[in-house]
Write a protein that binds this ligand. Structure first.
Ligand code: SF4
Ligand code: SF4
Length: 413
């Protein structure tokens, strides 16, 4: 039995492991198996100017390791600066900032030229969606973007694997493709990852996937691990990313700075000049199967902070401080696995509600959170919770689901 292990014997696997991090029982000097280490071949990335670029799977687009999030999109001078510094991919959607995200990117294309930036935008499959609703949404995006085509067209938040091969969806994709309105097909996924990503990859129909991936994204909680890297190595998300890579489907990581966006005071987790957020980005980019990390950069300071990151592996101290932060903050972190929502006898949208709560609490996106919440049917909200406790029983992460959805109802309802 190893040092410190006795104290954890009676704890369930995950809690035991979190305590082990706090006590420093992790393999700090080694990069996790299969991930980037400081000394290995770096041919999967190319440097041009100050920026590294990686291939986005079968799209063959070489995109910057750091790409821009468009919800919200930063002010024009920051956009200009980001592009001049080598950022060449921006992620947006028809509904970000009520369409103003796309409008601003359209203005940017006018000012700097369409060829300076790859754009990925999205459409939703909301209630009563049809081939026509998708085509109308895409035409609206093209108008706002002031362009004839988008580089990547994504389903926004694909949550059902069955939708991915639905004839209405494929019909819309085919028509838009024949009209030259997009180059590559993709999807973003916030929940039900295991089924959705697997189906997207197996179907051969999708060129890229945008997936939440951050230092908290750990899905396999039943086994006991002694060191944090081993624990992460078992992450279901990491396996899905590797699966996509094996079929040359490109992966862009989103939600890279979860929890808390940049709103927490995290000075105490700094390592020399490396901020906690830089360490988080480095952690994401250590995964060679990721083409880029999409991130909000709303100020010049944030831009400088993110662009200073080069994805050589984390130093021993950076890793240690990053994992200390995880140990201090991972309790009650919702990983959006969807299990509680699937099991709720009242069919409440618990996972969605927790995501909207995170928009509000962690990212300060108050109107987005309220709008999203307002689209739920009243019968899907906490007002109809029977307090049966099933959601908390199935949550491997011990999230206080009932308390949190009620809090969301008060804040957003
Ligand atoms: S406690 Fe409420 S939210 Fe949780 S499973 Fe039961 S009815 Fe659903
Ligand atoms: S609260 Fe738990 S079960 Fe529900 S989506 Fe989040 S991590 Fe999964």
């Amino acid at each position: 039995m190893k040092k410190n292990e006795h104290a954890f014997d009676l704890l369930p696997g995950r809690r035991r492991f979190i305590q082990s991090i706090a006590l420093g029982a992790f393999s700090a000097s080694l990069a996790p198996a299969g991930l980037l280490s400081g000394k290995e071949n770096q041919s999967f990335r190319r440097k041009k100017g100050q920026m590294f670029y990686r291939r986005l799977g079968r799209t063959n687009l070489n995109i910057s390791e750091i790409s821009l999030g468009g919800s919200p999109v930063p002010a024009m001078p920051i956009l200009h600066q980001a592009i001049e510094r080598g950022v060449n991919y921006i992620d947006t959607s028809h509904n970000y900032m009520n369409g103003n995200s796309e409008r601003q990117i359209g203005q940017l294309f006018k000012e700097m030229g369409r060829d300076k930036l790859y754009v990925g935008t999205k459409f939703h499959l909301r209630k009563n969606w049809s081939e026509k609703s998708i085509i109308d949404s895409v035409n609206g995006s093209l108008r706002r973007l002031q362009t004839d085509y988008m580089d990547v067209l994504l389903i926004h938040g694909a949550s059902s694997e069955e939708h991915l091969t639905d004839e209405r969806l494929l019909g819309a994709f085919e028509k838009l493709k024949s009209q030259g309105k997009y180059r590559f097909r993709g999807l973003s996924c916030h929940t039900n990852h295991h089924k959705v990503v697997k189906k997207a990859v197996d179907s051969g129909l999708y060129d890229m996937i945008q997936l939440g991936y951050n230092v908290f994204d750990i899905t396999d909680t039943e086994k006991d691990y002694e060191v944090y890297d081993d624990y992460l190595g078992q992450s279901g998300i990491r396996r899905l990313i590797a699966l996509a890579k094996s079929k040359d489907v490109g992966i862009i990581a989103m939600k890279t700075l979860k929890i808390g966006g940049r709103r927490q005071n995290v000075e105490k987790y700094k390592t020399g000049n490396t901020t906690l957020y830089q360490a988080m980005l480095k952690w994401v980019l250590e995964n060679k199967n990721i083409a880029s990390a999409v991130i909000e950069m709303l100020t010049f300071e944030q831009l400088e902070e993110d662009l200073a990151v080069e994805a050589h592996s984390l130093s021993e101290m950076e890793r240690k401080n990053l994992f200390r932060y995880v140990a201090d903050n991972s309790k009650d972190y919702c990983h959006m696995c969807g299990s509680c929502q699937a099991k709720c006898p009242s069919q409440l949208k618990t996972t969605s509600i927790l995501r909207y709560l995170a928009y509000h609490e962690s990212y300060g996106k108050i109107s987005l959170a309220r709008q999203a919440y307002s689209r739920l049917k009243p019968s899907q909200t906490a007002a109809f919770c029977q307090n049966c406790g099933e959601c908390e029983r199935v949550c491997s992460y011990r999230v206080a689901v009932q308390k949190k959805i009620k809090e969301a109802h008060l804040l957003l309802g």
